[in-house]
Write a protein that binds this ligand. Structure first.
Ligand code: ADP
Length: 868
């Protein structure tokens, strides 16, 4: 056995090997130690290997899913080795091979690898979160990114520059990444598998063609070599993990970076789009927005928010459907009721196609498709449907034949376990009905037999029972056993228990055989029907997935409509001009949090346009600056994702890239100092932002000394204002920066208002024009509970500092005369550069007068000059 185990372990490589032994999966050696530590289960020993005791632990097969989930969450991968023959088959094989059957070892094989990115089990997946597996490849300096959610089969191909890999992965949020062996581009943070198979673009394209039965991929889109290579690597990995069986893979779609708003990882984290800074979904934007009735709807909403659109037409179509449903509360309630009853069609389909489907999954397909048709019927009645709804409705129907077949074939609520049968409905298959009738008759015969035996023997407590080991048997209490023991009694003894004795009889044996034979044949018949139904569903998979997609889109729009109605949100007007006009905007997450403690959120306006596109916002800590910055970024993001927004009115000029930065945020996990992170992130904005971008900068420069901080913040504001020219909200407590208003014509000063009233600080959370009058730092400290003695000492220090400032003009005294950024950038060292010398030399040379030899010499000389 050890030999077999070790061979399988070699195949499993780094994965934990679940080795099936009877009703348990056993783990040995280091695997056992690792798993026991994670699962907190007992570690035991079994036998010896090379003189050492073998560590062992095990989990029961029937509850393996829960243990698997914990191991996967802890970042492990698991190889499942199942018994692939019965003990009888093993014995027969041993006999054929001339070995004693007592030594026969049941054959085992790894049937599947369980990894974070390749789960399909309902119990292991979160209903409202997509589970994405991504593969990366590099072809001539371009990174191909292939991603798939195998629980639904959605496959997306994209490409990007090497430095954008992080942003691309941040958009996808994969739970596992596959890269070719020897990958030397940026290493993803997710669990990463270095695959030793090839990521070849030709082979990848061929795999995709074969998979979808087409001779060319042109019908799906124009795939680059990098995309095909990544897709090839992804499919090969899925094959490896599924041991040759591929999961559901729908025709790939291309996601062009140019079609969606770009956001890097820092921006996504800082805006808390899909997860809050604490890590969970609670407190995130998606949680505050999500009113979807189905898991598939929630997953699509998350996808929408992760990739807001850049096409005003497509955005307007989504918004039109949200408005249509918002304006029809009764119809919306009906629709959402229906949606709530929907099973997760896409995931049931995913399991069926991956060969892990159950009768229950078939039932879900039946119910889901039936409900889709009823939803279609209901919505089709509504007048004046907007364009998006008109396009979605036909995608909900067309499954009549399949739904009928499933309805006829299956019982009302089919079980998850198929090995016990009982899922095919009566009346579907006459021969199955007959087999069931045989079993039924025999069962009735056995019941009658029990009554007859009681009469005949006079033992009122005689019972006919059934168990898995003996099958049917007759049982009487000990004290009545003697009469049945007699040779001519017609009963044969089988087993003596503590209080009872068990017997058999010829007629019982006959009826029991009838039952077991009929049951065996009935099971086989059900199994055959199951395979047929699975094949029928598999054939219709593209159409079913399409219906599931359309339902999810309807659910997202209905959910957004519900949310809009609930919060009195407005339909944003998304336009091409670079403006941002928000009247009475709110922060959806902060507002909801305040509402829980019955506090009111103060709405604020924002008005950016080409003549006034950079707002410098001052005011006390805790005054609401960060909240204001973020609410505007979120409103833009939501608008372009096709959601209504928390404002009275909103006119949003399309944003190509969104940047959000918070000064000195901690990222110690990555081993960078806080200030370093701040600067790296700021550098990314300065190199990537365009005129159409939107930037929020919160206290940039705060991670270093005051002088450095002011200087950097100053230079960054100038660069954003004068070089990039994008819309920007910049919160700062450096009062010195207000002087920039004199030189930057499209910059204006704003502050969050506060008042001191009877010695107490009152934060009004209200935005007003003009610079902040003072910083209220000490008042905030007092508010926070810093002891009065410390506050008054600080006041004394502050008075002294302010006196010095008055005398000298403060640290920014000389900055008023500093030439503007654009002008300041030009002065270069006066020395002629090497390239200038080279240009002069060439200009002075008459090329026609040179011999080939002289020309070559000149070339060498110039090269040497450059190197020096
Ligand atoms: P700052 O960035 O100025 O330090 P924050 O934006 O972090 O301030 O806000 C601090 C707290 O003030 C928030 O957690 C919130 O509870 C409250 N707050 C912020 N903005 C508002 C608002 N517009 N209305 C009501 N409360 C607000």
């Amino acid at each position: 056995m050890m030999e077999q185990y070790l061979a399988l372990k070699r195949e499993a490589e780094n994965s934990l090997l679940f080795y099936r032994m009877g009703d348990f999966f056993e783990l040995f050696f280091d695997d056992a130690k690792r798993a026991a530590a994670i699962l907190d289960i007992a570690l035991t020993a079994r036998g010896e290997h090379n003189g050492e005791p073998v560590a062992m632990c095990g989990v029961p097969v029937h509850s393996a899913e829960g243990y698997l989930a914990r191991l996967i969450r802890a970042g492990e991968r698991v190889a499942i080795a199942e018994q692939v023959e019965t003990p009888d088959e093993a014995k027969a094989r041993a006999k054929c091979e001339g070995r004693p059957s007592s030594k026969a070892l049941v054959k085992r094989d790894i049937v599947r690898f369980v990894t974070a990115g390749t789960l399909t089990e309902e119990a292991l997946l979160e209903p409202r979160r997509a589970n994405v597996l991504a593969a990366l490849s590099q072809v001539r300096g371009t990174i191909g990114v292939a991603s798939v959610d195998i629980s639904t089969g959605t496959m997306i191909l994209a490409e990007c520059a090497p430095e954008m890999v992080g942003a691309e992965l941040a958009r996808l949020g994969p739970s596992e990444v596959v890269v070719p062996d020897g990958w030397n581009c940026a290493d993803p943070e997710e669990p990463t598998f270095h695959a030793n198979h090839t990521f070849d673009s030709d082979r990848g394209a061929a795999r995709l063609r074969a998979l979808h039965g087409v001779s060319t991929l042109d019908g799906f889109g124009e795939f680059s070599r990098a995309m095909c290579a990544a897709a090839g690597g992804l499919i090969a990995y899925l094959e490896h993990v599924g041991r040759g069986t591929l999961p559901l893979l729908l025709p790939p779609r291309i996601q062009r970076a140019s079609a969606t708003m770009a956001m890097d990882e820092a921006t996504r984290t800082s805006l808390e789009i899909l997860a809050s800074s604490a890590g969970g979904r609670g407190g995130s934007l998606v949680a505050a927005l999500d009113r979807c009735a189905t898991g598939a709807g929630s997953r699509l909403l998350a996808e929408d928010l992760a990739a807001p659109l850049l096409d005003t037409q497509a955005i307007a179509e989504r918004l039109a459907l949200v408005q249509y449903l918002r304006d029809r509360p009764i119809e919306r309630a009906n629709l959402r009721d229906r949606l709530r009853g929907l099973p997760d069609l896409a995931r049931a389909l995913g399991r069926i196609v991956a060969g892990r489907g159950s009768p229950r999954d078939l039932g879900q397909i039946r119910d889901g498709l039936g409900e889709a048709q009823r939803i279609q019927d209901g919505l089709a009645q509504l007048p004046d449907a907007p364009a998006l709804l008109k396009a979605l409705l036909p995608r909900l129907s067309g499954h009549g034949a399949l739904t009928d077949a499933l309805t006829r074939a299956l019982v009302a609520s089919p079980p998850t376990e198929r090995s016990n049968g009982g899922f095919i409905a009566d009346g579907y298959d006459a021969s199955l009905d007959e087999l069931r009738a045989i079993s039924g008759n025999a069962r009735r015969a056995i019941a009658a037999m029990e009554a007859r035996y009681r009469d005949e023997t006079g033992i009122a407590s005689l019972k006919i029972k059934h168990n898995g080991v003996l099958g049917y048997f007759i049982e009487v209490p000990n004290r009545h056993a003697d009469s049945l023991m007699e040779a001519e009694s017609g009963f044969t003894h089988r087993q003596t228990m503590k209080g009872a004795v068990r017997f058999n009889s010829l007629s019982l044996h006959e009826e029991a055989s009838r039952i077991s034979e009929a049951a065996g044949r009935a099971l086989a018949a059900e199994e055959a029907h199951f395979e047929q139904l699975v094949a029928a569903v598999g054939e219709a998979r593209a159409a079913i997935a399409d219906t599931a997609d359309a339902l999810a889109r309807i659910d997202v729009c209905a959910g957004n409509a519900e949310r809009a109605a609930e919060g009195e949100w407005c339909r944003p007007d998304v336009v091409e001009e670079p403006v941002l006009e928000i009247v009475a905007g709110r922060h959806p997450v902060v507002e909801a949090a305040l509402a829980r403690s019955a506090e009111r959120f103060v709405a604020n306006d924002c008005a950016l346009n080409p003549d006034d596109r950079l707002w410098l916002i001052g005011g006390p800590n805790m005054g609401g600056k960060s909240t204001f910055l973020r609410q505007n970024a979120l409103i833009i993001l939501m608008a372009q994702a096709g959601c209504f927004v928390p404002a009275q009115s909103a006119r949003v000029g399309l944003v190509d890239r969104l940047f959000s930065r918070v000064g000195a945020s901690d990222n110690l996990a990555r081993g960078r100092s806080t200030f370093m992170v701040e600067m790296v992130e700021t550098a990314a904005i300065l190199s990537q932002a365009s005129e159409r971008s939107f930037v929020i900068l919160d206290e940039v420069g705060r991670g270093t000394s005051t002088y450095d901080g002011v200087a950097l913040a100053w230079a960054v504001v100038e660069a954003v204002h004068s070089r990039i020219g994008c819309r920007c909200l910049f919160a700062t407590h450096y009062h010195e920066l207000t002087r920039l208003a004199a030189t930057c014509e499209a910059l204006s000063l704003h502050h969050v208002r506060a008042r001191e009233w009877k010695g107490e600080l009152v934060l009004l959370h209200e935005l007003a024009e003009g610079p902040a009058d003072r910083s209220y730092g000490l008042a905030v400290a007092k508010l926070a509970g810093v002891p009065p003695t410390v506050v008054s000492r600080a006041k004394a220090v502050l008075d002294r500092l302010e006196q010095t400032r008055m005398e000298t003009g403060g640290i920014a005294a000389g900055l008023g005369e500093l030439p503007l950024f654009a002008a300041a950038a030009s002065p270069e060292p006066a020395q002629p550069s090497a390239s200038q010398e080279l240009a002069d030399r060439l200009a002075d040379t008459d090329l026609d007068a040179l011999s080939p030899r002289e020309a070559l010499d000149l070339l060498y000389e110039l090269k040497r000059g450059l190197q020096e």
